[in-house]
Each structure stands twice: as structure tokens, then as C-alpha cells.
Design a protein around this ligand. Structure first.
Ligand code: GDG
Length: 509
């Protein structure tokens, strides 16, 4: 893999970028910055480098306007104090600047790409969410969405990436992100054979049988697209191995499960794993802020009296997060342990997600109905056992991490799960992590957690009881040990290890 040890300019691709522009009612341009460790780490990478560029979708009308002002080329955006595009004569005020290539995608093509193929089809397939007896049904509509949406949009982004690589002399480190862009690697390689191409997947990669849901030409194209990269990287070794098994079984290619490579005859592709993580210092800084402290005080007042316990979950309302079974497990806990009645609360901070996908809208309705049933069955005067808050409020979520006794993560399948990592570094109550064995995070944190089996509601109820009654000293030492793992393997290490393995010092001309 270490075929270049040189300074290389970086060309990054992800569907959502680090900044999005809007116009407020008075016509003034406003901007919001993407949240989360990944955006922060990658922003750090590209903003430090004069010749780096981040390619992403123009997600709003104002993004399209900004792209047009740049006449289709990358625009420089000063990030501080407020993000703003810089004209040719503007100077940044000393803060970080990113070069953004905002790609406009025509509405219908984007819809087909995003809401028909990527979410739900690929997402459902890769999280094992199809029952198969009735779903999925691939009709003319899906076939058209594959060709005119997924394939066409991948080509559009590949062209933009290739143009940026060529503008840098044809040699660059190209870092492609996630399931939206499986076909980009091969398309860029065709145009830029000198580029070093790496791909990182944020969600699970299942074994060959799961991929047989897709028509053979689709799955073969998708695999060939990925094999256009030099490195294809995942959160876990298991996902990387599944990828190699797919190359072997679905394409008939020779693979080496020791060296973790696919042999294409003229070159090799490496499957690697780099567990993503969080910016620990930034998370702790936020946890120490006044806003979080105010939320934490209010939560303590409501949920944390002397003999009371608080179970927390923080999730998007994604069916892969297994929220409904989580409430059923909580109800089972209350049925099996009447002594807990009135003493334990379940706070669910849920961010509504992808409501344009019918399955997601139905799932949100099911969440509401389940909570209503659990509260009707187990509520008593002055105490509703489940407090469901459909809210997008990161400071509140972090405050809840600090005060909870148990954090429940029972996902059906999850590439990593950052909520688990965040909670263990800021919790102040010896909080127990109750963690699904099907999360990437379980590889690193399972030894310090109570393991949940996502389909077994009874087991989850028993595990919640074990967590709630665990010896306080053991709880504290496990939380500290888990936090130490996350401190050691933070987001900086995630990125640095990849760059070291690629043999690249990001730089440029
Ligand atoms: C995908 C993969 C993989 C929480 N509440 C709010 C809020 N959050 C933040 C959390 C956390 C993030 O959202 C959720 O990250 P997860 O990793 O838990 O889950 P996905 O969204 O499904 O992420 C996953 C990840 O990509 C990275 O590779 O770990 O497996 O599915 O950081 O703190 N953020 C905002 N408002 C909130 O109310 N803005």
C-alpha cells in the first residue's frame, strides 16, 4: 500500500459537507456548520492544507447560488467567525479556510439516488432490515432510479473529483466517504490513473448472501466500483472480511484473508479497518459548558433523586437503532421487577430522521404508539416511566450522558455507534453502557459493557436489570476503562493511522 511517501494534495468526497448556506427572511446569507467528530476531523485536515478540496453535494438553494458564484469551481470558505465564501479579493481573518466544491444535482436524479437507492435500499440491505418475504420489491421504478439516479449521480461526483485531481496535476490522495459513492473510485481511476484512492464506509458491510438481494449487474458494478480504490476501509475487521468474501463469491476474484487483499491481476486492493471515534477534548469541553450544566441540573432534578435510576437512549429515529424493542425490553423489566415501579425512568432523546422515506415515518409512529402503551401499563400518579422527547438538541443529549445510570444502545446493526463512545467519556455517575453486540463499538467497548442481543427482548430486560443493580465500584471502574479506550483511540488517531498506512503526508504543491 505504501506506494507513495510523498506530499500529496487531498481531494475529499462526502455527500454532506462541512458547511451549508441558507438565506434568512431578510435576505441575508447565513451558514451552518456540520456537527460531529468526522466533520471536525476532516475539516481540520483540509483547512490546514492550501491545496486540499472537499467535494460535496449542494444541499440547499443557497449552496447552489454559492457554487454558481464560483462558476462551478471550488470556492474558498472562511469558517470563522461565521462561515462565508471568500471572493477573489477577500482575505480571511486569520481563521481556517476550506475549499469547497459544491456539486449541484438535479432534483429528480438526487431523489432517485438518495431516497430510492441509497436510503432505503442500500441502508436497509446493509443493516439487515429487510424481512424478504415482502420486501424489497424492485420494479421499473427502482431500475430507473439505479441508472438515472445512483449511477448517474456517482458519475457526476466522479467527474467533479477527477477535475479537482487533474487541477492538481493528476496526483492526489482521494478520500471517498460512504455508501452514497460506491461507484466513484473506479470512475476516478479511469480518468486519473495516478491518483491514490481510498474509500471509507461508515455503515456495516454484510456477507455475500445479503448482497444477493440486488440484481447481479448492480452488485457486480458496485463491487467493481469499490475495487477501483487502492484501499477500501471499514470500522471493523469483520466488515473488511465480508467485503473480501463478496469479491471472492460474487465476482470470483482471488482474495487473501491473511493479507486482507483482493488480487485484480494487475494490482491489489487492500481491505482495512479503522474504527472511527470522537474528538474527546471537544466533547469534554462541551460537557463543561454552562448550557450543558443547566440542562444537567434540570435532568438531575427530574430523574436522579436518591433511590431513582435513569436509563437513557440518544438516537436518530432510524429502524436500525431498534428503538421499539428497547421500549419493549424496558416494559419487560418493569413487569419482572415490580420493586422498580416508580423508581426507574427511561429518557429517550430521539431526533426524527429521514421522514421522506415511508418506512421511517411508519417507524416514528410505532415509537409513539409503543411509548403510549408502556406508559399506560406502567405509569402511576406523578410518574410516567418513559419520557420521550423528539428533539434535536446536542447540549441536552450531552447533559443526559453525564447524569444517566445506564445508556442503552441496542441497535440491530450499527457501523460504529458514536453515542456509546461519547457517553463513556463524559458520564459522571458510574453509568453502565448496555451495548448491542451488533455495533462496531462493541469490539472496543464490549468488555466494559453489559452486552445486549438486539432481537431478544427478554435478554435485554435482564441485562438492564444487571446494569441497574451492578456494584457501584465495578460500574465506576468499567466506565473509566471504557473512557480510557476511547481516549487512546480518538478521532485524530483514526485519521492519522489511515494516512500513515497510505504512506502519505498530506500536503501539496
Ligand atoms: C453513522 C453510522 C457511525 C445526538 N443527538 C444530537 C446529535 N447527536 C450526535 C451524537 C453522535 C451522532 O449524532 C450520532 O452518531 P452515531 O454514530 O451514534 O450514529 P449515526 O448517525 O447512525 O452515524 C454509525 C457513524 O456514522 C460514524 O461513522 O458510528 O454507525 O450509522 O455524534 O452526538 N447531533 C445533533 N443534535 C442532536 O440532538 N446535531
Amino acid at each position: 500500500m505504501t506506494r507513495m511517501g510523498a506530499d500529496l494534495p487531498v481531494v475529499l468526497l462526502s455527500h454532506r459537507g462541512p458547511v451549508s448556506f441558507e438565506r434568512d427572511p431578510s435576505g441575508r446569507r447565513t451558514a451552518s456548520r456540520g456537527a460531529g467528530g468526522l466533520v471536525t476531523a476532516l475539516t481540520g485536515l483540509v483547512s490546514d492544507l492550501p491545496d486540499a478540496v472537499w467535494v460535496c453535494a449542494a444541499g440547499s438553494e443557497e449552496d447552489v447560488a454559492v457554487a454558481a458564484e464560483g462558476e462551478g469551481r471550488a470556492v474558498s470558505v472562511a469558517l470563522e467567525p461565521e462561515p462565508r465564501p471568500l471572493g477573489p479579493d477577500d482575505a480571511a481573518e486569520g481563521g481556517p479556510v476550506v475549499r469547497l466544491r459544491l456539486v449541484e444535482v438535479e432534483g429528480q436524479a438526487h431523489d432517485d439516488f438518495y431516497t430510492v437507492i441509497a436510503n432505503p435500499l442500500l441502508w436497509f440491505l446493509q443493516h439487515g432490515m429487510y424481512g424478504l418475504a415482502l420486501d424489497p420489491v424492485l420494479t421499473k421504478r427502482e431500475h430507473a432510479a439505479w441508472e438515472d439516479g445512483y449511477v448517474a449521480v456517482n458519475q457526476l461526483f466522479a467527474d467533479a473529483v477527477a477535475e479537482e485531481v487533474k487541477a492538481r496535476g493528476g496526483r492526489a490522495l482521494v478520500m471517498l466517504h460512504d455508501y452514497h459513492f460506491y461507484l466513484v473510485g473506479q470512475a476516478v481511476r479511469e480518468q486519473c490513473p495516478e491518483a491514490l484512492l481510498s474509500f471509507f464506509l461508515h455503515i456495516p458491510w454484510p456477507g455475500p448472501d445479503a448482497w444477493r438481494i440486488l440484481p447481479p449487474p448492480w452488485r457486480e458494478r458496485l463491487l467493481r466500483g469499490l475495487l477501483g480504490n487502492d484501499v477500501v476501509a471499514f470500522h471493523t475487521e469483520g466488515f473488511a472480511r465480508n467485503f473480501l468474501l463478496c469479491a471472492q463469491e460474487l465476482l470470483g476474484l482471488p482474495v487473501d484473508l491473511q493479507a486482507m487483499t483482493v488480487d485484480l491481476g494487475n494490482r491489489q486492493v487492500a481491505a482495512r479497518h479503522y474504527p472511527i471515534s470522537i474528538d474527546v477534548a471537544a466533547m469534554r469541553e462541551l460537557a463543561a459548558s454552562d448550557e450543558v450544566a443547566e440542562h444537567a441540573a434540570a435532568l438531575r432534578e427530574t430523574f436522579c433523586h436518591e433511590d431513582r435510576h435513569l436509563i437513557l437512549r440518544v438516537d436518530r429515529t432510524d429502524p436500525s437503532k431498534n428503538i421499539v424493542r428497547g421500549f419493549l425490553a424496558f416494559a419487560t423489566l418493569l413487569e419482572d421487577h415490580p420493586e422498580l415501579a416508580g423508581k426507574v425512568s427511561f429518557l429517550a432523546l430521539l431526533q426524527p430522521s429521514r421522514q421522506d422515506v415511508p418506512e421511517y415515518a411508519d417507524y416514528l409512529a410505532e415509537i409513539g404508539a409503543t411509548v403510549a402503551r408502556v406508559n399506560a401499563a406502567h405509569g402511576r400518579e406523578g410518574h410516567q416511566p418513559v419520557d420521550l422527547r423528539l428533539t434535536e438538541d446536542l447540549p441536552l443529549a450531552i447533559a443526559a450522558y453525564t447524569v444517566c445510570d445506564v445508556l442503552m444502545v441496542n441497535a440491530l446493526a450499527d457501523g460504529m455507534n458514536l453515542v456509546a463512545k461519547e457517553s463513556v467519556v463524559v458520564n459522571q455517575r458510574g453509568g453502565v453502557l448496555a451495548l448491542s453486540e451488533n455495533t462496531g463499538a462493541h469490539q472496543e467497548l464490549g468488555a466494559f459493557a453489559v452486552t445486549l442481543h438486539p432481537f431478544d427482548v427478554q435478554q435485554q430486560a435482564d441485562a438492564l436489570h444487571e446494569a441497574l443493580t451492578m456494584d457501584p465500584a465495578l460500574r465506576r471502574s468499567r466506565r473509566q476503562a471504557a473512557a480510557a479506550v476511547v481516549e487512546e483511540n480518538d478521532i485524530t488517531k483514526w485519521l492519522a493511522t489511515q494516512l500513515a498506512d497510505l504512506g502519505v503526508t498530506p500536503g501539496g504543491r
